[in-house]
Design a binder for this molecule. Structure first.
Ligand code: SAM
Length: 367
């Protein structure tokens, strides 16, 4: 074990040891020899608590949750400590120092519903099956998706984070194409496109095994993309999913500066399941979480945009296109709604809005 002293932190209602490298609650963390811990991912872990509690509430059988890339074990130990229901958690990390820190944290917690492995995640997933699988890698989760799709039980959940946003958002399009087999698009909607590319990749991998995907809760931030998807068995489920997986032209993405480029293939179905978000909001009111205020806002926005069409406009990009200063969001919303169009905010950016109105109507409203 490392000679550096570990720090005691508290997330949710769980206390455990981690190695703090940064004090800021924003942005990515740094990597060294000690097990990884990034305080800015607390909200990401809090969402895991909420979605897995929803899943347990909806399950009639014993649930087996896997925290597949655990580092300090904070996510898995929090799940074991903060969830209610009939479940157990397996925590896995192949790194020696992570494995001993996880064991130390499990001992400290005196929880009975946890087991720990020091395995290559792909090997573990090839041998065992789980109801809920969490993949939280450095960079891209793509290397674990095939194995996760084979391991997860019918109606189980795959959750994954991708921090390779430079690839997914089109800074390095060839990297995105190699990893995900899809072309990204750098521009106002790049984070949503990145999220849809990752979902598309999951959809494609699942369909090989006659399985379909149903996104439950998916979101993006500047630093990462995160999704929770239910996997459903059957050719029909797979066909229904694959019908929502295709390429589009860049000109179909609002305010794109490119016209001819091909984008995708990517997932063009829904990103959220509204009734699940509504239940998750109720669960949030029962949990002790440090990021509660941010979570209320995030869940509110996800619910608002759940039934809106893909992609969005931003007032600043419209402003530079139309060479006009932007009206207020209220003005835009009221006028588009009065004309009978759908218009919602988006969690992707505070200056963004989603609508089914055509650009000429938006231009008229903008004046
Ligand atoms: C980003 S960290 C996980 C962070 C953690 N989930 C959290 O919430 O704090 C990624 C971890 O994956 C582990 N890892 C990377 N590749 C692996 C593999 N193929 N099998 C098992 N563990 C792996 C690394 O050792 C590292 O600890």
């Amino acid at each position: 074990m490392t000679n550096v002293a570990a720090d005691l932190v508290k997330e949710g209602t769980t206390e455990l040891f981690v190695y703090k490298k940064k004090t800021s609650a924003k942005g990515p963390s740094t990597r060294d020899q000690t097990p990884f811990y990034n305080p800015s991912m607390e909200l990401n872990r809090d969402v895991s608590i909420l979605v897995n509690q929803w899943f347990l509430n909806a399950s009639t059988k014993h649930v087996h949750i896997l925290d597949g890339l655990a580092a300090s074990g904070i996510r898995g130990i929090r799940l074991a400590h903060e969830l209610n229901g009939d479940f157990e958690v397996t925590i896995n990390d192949w790194n020696d120092q992570s494995f001993s820190l996880i064991q130390q944290n499990i001992q400290k917690s005196s929880l009975q519903n946890i087991s720990v492995f020091q395995r290559d995640l792909n090997g573990l997933l090839s041998e065992r099956r789980y109801n809920s699988i969490d993949i939280d890698p450095f960079g891209s989760p793509v290397y674990f998706i095939d194995a996760a799709v084979r391991s997860v039980y019918n109606k189980g959940i795959i959750a994954c984070t991708a921090t390779d946003t430079a690839a997914l958002c089109g800074v390095f399009p060839k990297v995105c194409y190699r990893r995900y087999g899809a072309w990204p698009l750098h521009g106002p909607a790049m984070h949503e496109i990145g999220l849809r590319i990752l979902l598309g990749c999951l959809c494609r991998e699942a369909a090989k095994y006659d399985r379909g995907i149903e996104p439950l809760l998916c979101y993006t931030t500047d630093h990462y993309v995160r999704l929770y998807v239910q996997i459903n068995n059957g050719k029909d489920a797979a066909n229904t999913s694959m019908a929502q997986f295709f390429s589009i032209s860049a000109r179909d993405v609002p305010l794109s500066k490119e016209n001819t480029a091909l984008v995708g293939p990517l997932w063009l179905g829904k990103l959220q399941k509204k009734p699940v978000l509504q239940e998750i909001r109720t669960i949030l009111s029962t949990k002790e979480l440090n990021t509660k205020n941010m979570l209320w806002k995030l869940l509110y926005l996800l619910e608002e945009e759940a039934d809106a069409p893909p992609f969005f406009y931003t007032t600043n990009d419209l402003s530079s296109l139309l060479k006009q200063s932007p009206p207020t969001m209220d003005h835009i919303f009221e006028n588009l709604r009065n004309k009978g169009f759908i218009v919602t905010k988006t969690h992707c950016t505070p200056t963004g809005f989603k609508t089914n109105a055509p650009l000429d109507v938006i231009t008229e409203v903008f004046k």
